[in-house]
Ligand binder design. Structure first.
Ligand code: MN
Ligand code: MN
Length: 454
């Protein structure tokens, strides 16, 4: 159904909608980084009969397996009864979110505090990250091969960290600056300690931090050079609103589409076509590198599967398979915010709680950088939504010249497959606390299930 309020349409399914939301809330709270998301996805996949892919094994229709890429991206499959070259049905989402990364040489002392220097990742409004509780999640790899996971700030008894902001009393000059200039990227440093180590003349607070790092975490300052530590909001995902209709959390973009895509695959029965859920990293910085959507990982994974299925020219078969594939680029869209509705063309904007939202194209200006889905494919997808009574809407990302943004749609489109963006409306996109509607989360899950039967 096009542009109907999901709460009214699914009045008798409120319990189911809320139950699905509870599972998502817990998953998101525990999956704030791409590494954690992959780790928790693997656990969920294994629980539901998926195994790690091995090239030497002979797979048959209905088999379920997954391939992990460098612990930061993942593709899961349910093998179809048709030859794989007839193409996949893919749900593709990204699992990285805007955040602050700790620099390689981060630790310094100033004015009696120890601080960690950070470098922001993705598109953030810097002022949103000051004066709020932050957690650190990541990994420290020692030269002897040991990998230490670091998680501080999200357990009840953990300390939290923060970035200082200037008191309003002395902010006369700062308040005259633009929002973009008021907080400088180089000033987004994390306060982590204040107690000096006795009998140390030089940097006694930093010395004390190094002692704590060695005693409690068995790492020294040099080990931080290779570490990957991400600073994220220290908060549990919570119900939002008196009616509990919405979810407040960090990283809905795009973990909400990743979770709904993953669970839709898990809950799907084997079909003629092979079904796939692709979770990629680095979308917020251009889908670059080994774990981003531009990586050869996915193409190689399909080639590996073709090889295991006995295809003589696995790489060519992979190309044919990808060309014949169809994909929903599962990514969030900008929901209409009542305080800022003027940035939208209201006829072509995403309304919260009106269901899964399709963006024929994203991009900016004259559709620059977008994947422009074809009419034939869109009609086919909408027919699938109607068939399963899925509530859906169409939208653009704001008014034509208001700004813009992109997704991984065009990257998979480059394989010559049909792709359209389909996801969930978000408020406060890229802020430390983003908002989605439980109704839209459920409807996206239903929409993804419907797509996997096309
Ligand atoms: Mn996104
Ligand atoms: Mn984003």
């Amino acid at each position: 159904m096009y542009r109907k309020n999901v709460w009214l349409q699914r009045n008798d399914q409120k319990d189911e909608i809320f139950k699905y939301a509870e599972n998502y809330k817990e998953f998101l709270t525990n999956s704030k980084t791409e590494r954690l998301f992959v780790k928790n996805s693997i656990a969920l996949l294994k629980q539901h009969g998926f195994e790690e892919f091995t090239i030497a094994k002979q797979y048959k229709p209905g088999d379920k397996f997954y391939i992990v890429n460098k612990k930061k991206s993942l593709a899961a499959f349910i093998l179809g009864s048709e030859d794989i070259t007839s193409g996949l049905l893919i749900l593709g989402a990204h699992i990285d979110s805007p955040r602050l990364d700790i620099k390689q040489s981060p630790l310094y002392e100033k004015d009696g505090f120890a601080l960690l220097d950070t470098h922001y990742y993705g598109g953030i409004k810097k002022y949103q990250w000051t004066a709020r509780a932050l957690a650190i999640h990541g990994i420290v790899c020692l030269k002897d091969g040991t990998e230490l996971e670091i998680h501080i700030g999200d357990n009840d008894n953990d300390p939290v960290f923060g970035i200082g902001d200037l008191l309003i009393h002395l902010s006369k000059q700062q308040m005259s600056k633009t929002l973009a200039q008021a907080i400088e990227g180089e000033n987004l440093d994390l306060t982590i300690a204040n107690i000096p180590l006795p009998d140390k003349e030089k940097n006694p607070v930093k010395q004390n931090v190094l002692k704590i790092l060695l005693d409690e975490y068995h790492i020294n300052e040099e080990d931080l050079l290779s570490a990957e530590l991400e600073v994220v909001p220290a908060m549990k995902t919570k119900d939002y609103g008196l009616d509990r209709s919405m979810i407040a959390g960090y990283g809905h973009d795009d973990k909400v589409c990743a979770y709904t895509s993953l669970t839709a695959l898990i809950d799907s029965k084997p079909q003629k076509r092979t079904l796939c859920c692709l979770l990629t990293d680095k979308e917020e910085v251009g889908s670059i590198g080994a774990t981003g959507a531009h990586s050869l990982f996915f193409e190689n994974a399909i080639a590996d599967i073709c090889h295991s299925l006995g295809k003589k020219d696995a790489l060519y078969s992979a190309r044919v398979c990808l060309t014949n594939s169809k994909m929903l680029s599962s990514d969030v869209s900008a929901g209409i915010d009542p305080l800022y509705d003027s940035v939208n063309d209201m006829k072509n904007a995403c309304k919260i709680s009106e269901g899964i939202v399709f963006n024929k194209y994203t991009g900016s200006g004259g559709k620059s950088g977008s994947n422009d889905a074809s009419a034939e494919f869109i009609a086919q997808v909408f027919a699938a939504m109607e068939k399963d009574n899925v509530n859906y809407q169409t939208a653009e990302l704001g008014k034509v010249d208001a700004g813009g943004g992109g997704t991984i749609a065009y990257i998979l489109g480059n394989y010559n497959m049909d792709v359209i963006d389909a996801g969930i409306g978000v408020l406060n996109m890229h802020a430390p606390m983003e908002i989605v509607s439980k109704a839209d989360v459920y409807e996206a899950y239903k929409g993804y299930l419907a797509f996997l039967k096309i």
